[in-house]
Ligand binder design. Structure first.
Ligand code: NAP
Length: 271
């Protein structure tokens, strides 16, 4: 299926590592031009160079997204170079472990700046440009908005708010034919995920327990599987989809785990 996103200008926050990198790579493969907005300068430049060596165009804008001016600068630089924005993919975030017991209100607020406020700031400053292109927004949320995780109030609050904002913006922007959707990943091996795993004394055992609980194939979702959904959602192929929360998680959040061990898995048996 041709997504028809050739030459589309797509801002991807945190677009050089983990899920963001997966999104950037799928977009580039589809002929779009990803604008990687991240503080991760080395990985951003490396990825732009690698894509360029494959004949794929992308652009890196250095930004610490918890700073409002950096968000504004991402949009300004994109417009200065390409003159338009076709889509915004809000993805950057960090599971920073600001809990109810261990945290405090100041740390909680800082966590919201790392995880939530820039989603709004970028959408707000992209909006005049998205109106011109009748573009799309995709918010990358997390299963923690549904399941909780414990010890991470700031992150969970931000992830829940992203889902609420997805619906809120979808309604507000109907009149411009701008679509807004969210992707809800659960378990994707990325530098952030690895850091979280390493907070356990026995990360390998924790990982194998998690894998056992991922219904489809007992494996993690790959960054490119999230990227494929993001590319589809910004494309005209998804032109009647808005305000949706798409779970790309191998059934992790919704399937009945108590019944799963009773079923034999052809994948496990190598059939
Ligand atoms: P990651 O491996 O840490 O990659 C995120 C990238 O974004 C990194 O390059 C990071 O820079 C950058 N970044 C983060 N905060 C930033 C900021 N304030 N300003 C500029 N750049 C920033 O994370 P990931 O696992 O791919 O997660 C991406 C998104 O998916 C997050 O919103 C996360 O909540 C969501 N998610 C992930 C999972 C999962 O299983 N991995 C599950 C559910 C949801 P540094 O390298 O400098 O930190």
């Amino acid at each position: 299926m041709d997504l028809g996103i050739d030459q589309k200008i797509v801002i991807v926050t945190g677009g050089s590592k983990g899920i963001g990198e997966g999104i950037t790579r799928v977009l580039a493969d589809e002929g779009a031009i990803p604008i990687i907005a991240s503080r991760s300068k080395q990985s951003g430049k490396d990825l732009v160079n690698e894509l360029s060596s494959q004949g794929q165009e992308s652009y890196f804008v250095e930004a610490e997204l918890s700073h409002k001016m950096d968000c504004i600068n991402v949009v300004r630089k994109t417009i200065a170079k390409y003159g338009r924005v076709d889509a915004l993919i809000n993805n950057a975030g960090v599971n920073d472990g600001i809990g109810l017991e261990a945290g405090n209100a100041d740390k909680f607020e800082k966590s919201l700046h790392k995880n939530l406020i820039h989603y709004y700031t970028l959408a707000h400053h992209c909006l005049p440009h998205l109106i011109e292109t009748q573009g799309a927004i995709v918010n990358i949320s997390s299963k923690t908005a549904m399941t909780g995780q414990g010890g991470t109030s700031g992150y969970a609050a931000a992830k829940g708010a992203q889902l609420a904002l997805t619906r809120e913006w979808a309604v507000e922007l109907l009149k411009y034919n701008i679509r807004v959707n969210a992707i809800v990943p659960a378990e994707v091996m990325t530098p952030l995920y690895k850091k979280w795993l390493d907070t356990f004394g026995n990360p390998d055992r924790v990982l194998s327990t998690i894998l056992e609980n991922i219904p489809l194939g007992n494996r993690m979702t790959t960054p490119s599987e999230i990227g494929s959904m993001a590319a589809y959602l910004i494309s005209n192929r998804a032109r009647h989809i808005t305000g949706q929360h798409l779970y790309v998680d191998g059934g992790y959040v919704h399937l009945d785990r108590s019944i799963l061990p009773l079923r034999t898995s052809p994948l496990k048996e190598g059939k």
